[in-house]
Design a protein. Structure first.
Length: 319
């Protein structure tokens, strides 16, 4: 039992929370993606000194009408803290230093060498849980903390405008903030209802945005493995949705469908790949087949047969 727990803890240490955050922000802002520029891991200096994400408005007067983006100006620096990262005064000051370096970075200066106007820069610090100690310390150091709806806090008194975004679901979340679910999901303690909503939202994405959701799905699955396995066994919809969305083999079959269908069109090829894997899994269940060789004997290619058997095995439908 202890070895299993140690292995689980080691796996959780490897979870790529920051990649999930970048992809979640891309989905959160996808309605504006044609008018903004994303720069994940923006390198400030020649030595490794990297900002998690910058969001740059292409038209300066772009209005982003959601709770996080409403705070944005032209250049927006986002610092993400995963569930295992600390958020303290050191982080608060460090991100302001990042903003100063970003302002004078050679790649950001105008042709005549003029740096970015500091009034065009904002800082957003994002984490799952409420930073109780940091808020207390900020108040003690003379900063003003203004609580906003949906777990957002504006910090006044710093050189740059700062907002702290808490991604834990809020009871006062507005209907127009459906996109915040991509950030809500980045938790090692996701609730069943939130996970259900998360899967439902994935179904509505097109292929390109679905790739970002796939990354988040993998992170959420790894961080909540035991609970998700239990829900999957008890909930028919969740079982079906996870078979389509979260199984690695099915993702590979979708990629193969794109490749195979290029000569006849990307959309058609992707659909064929998905249909093929569905037919193979159905054939295996209908004929009580539990190995790839027997399934291939029915006319399916080797990769499809192996993928279908692997999916059914993972879901506990066959052993």
């Amino acid at each position: 039992m202890s070895n299993k727990k140690e292995n689980t803890d080691e796996n959780k240490e490897l979870i790529q929370w920051h990649t999930g955050f970048v992809h979640a922000m891309r989905l959160y802002l996808m309605d504006y993606e044609d008018d903004i520029e994303f720069n994940d891991e923006f390198q400030l200096t020649r030595k490794p000194l990297i900002i998690d994400l910058t969001v740059v408005k292409k038209p300066d007067d772009l209005v982003i009408d959601n709770n996080i983006g409403r705070f944005f100006r032209k250049h927006n620096i986002l610092e993400y803290k995963s569930p295992r990262d600390e958020l303290n005064l050191e982080t608060f000051y460090k991100v302001q230093a990042y903003a100063l370096l970003y302002m004078i970075a050679s790649g950001n200066c105008e042709a005549n060498g003029t740096p970015i106007n500091e009034k065009d820069i904002t800082i957003s610090i994002v984490r799952a849980a409420y930073p109780r100690e940091l808020i207390k310390d900020l108040i003690e150091h003379g900063y003003t903390v203004l609580e906003q709806p949906n777990n957002i806090y504006y910090i006044e008194g710093a050189q740059f405008p700062v907002q702290i975004v808490v991604t834990k679901p809020s009871k006062d979340c507005q209907d127009d903030e459906k996109g915040i679910i991509w950030l809500n999901a980045l938790s090692p303690n996701i609730s069943k209802n939130l996970f259900y909503d998360f899967l439902t939202n994935i179904r509505d994405l097109d292929t390109r945005h679905g790739m970002f959701a796939d990354t988040i799905s993998s992170i959420v699955s790894d961080a909540n493995e035991e609970n998700i396995e239990t829900w999957k066994e008890r909930d028919a919809f969740m079982n079906s949705a996870m078979r389509r969305i979260m199984a690695k083999e099915l993702q590979e079959s979708r990629d193969e469908g794109v490749i195979e269908g290029r000569s006849e069109g990307r959309s058609e090829g992707r659909s064929e790949g998905q249909d093929l894997i569905k037919k193979a899994t159905k054939a295996a269940k209908d004929n009580n087949i539990s190995n790839a060789a027997d399934l291939a004997a029915l006319g399916f290619d080797k990769d499809t047969a192996e993928g279908a058997i692997s999916i059914l095995t993972e879901l506990g439908i066959i052993s």
